[in-house]
Design a protein. Structure first.
Length: 106
């Protein structure tokens, strides 16, 4: 169950980083995104905390940030029109492979 909590925490991290961008620097002209950021961040930390009951701190943190980083890059490409170089794609592949590797050895 800890790994399910960890994946959920990572997905919620993608949500709060996306809301951070949409908030336009926590601009008061976009207050709903500030609230969405807060809700997603709190939920992400909550599930990360639950995951760390059964997964070591280092592994949980590495996987949580990895899921968040890789997912946020995908959101940037798919929804914000950002581009990736071949090297960036390669390193993202390494990141995803590392996440899978940590799961396999844990």
């Amino acid at each position: 169950m800890s790994w399910i909590f960890l994946v959920l925490a990572g997905l919620l991290e993608i949500g709060f980083t996306t809301a951070l961008k949409l908030s336009n620097g926590f601009s008061l002209d976009r207050p709903k995104y500030i609230l969405v950021f807060g809700a997603f961040a709190l939920a992400s930390f909550f599930f990360l905390n639950l995951a760390m009951r059964g997964i070591s701190l280092g592994t949980a943190y590495a996987v949580w940030t990895g899921i968040g980083a890789a997912g946020t890059v995908l959101v940037g490409v798919l929804y914000f029109g950002e581009t990736l170089s071949a090297a960036q794609i390669g390193f993202l592949g390494l990141l995803i492979g590392s996440i899978i590797g940590l799961k396999l050895v844990s």
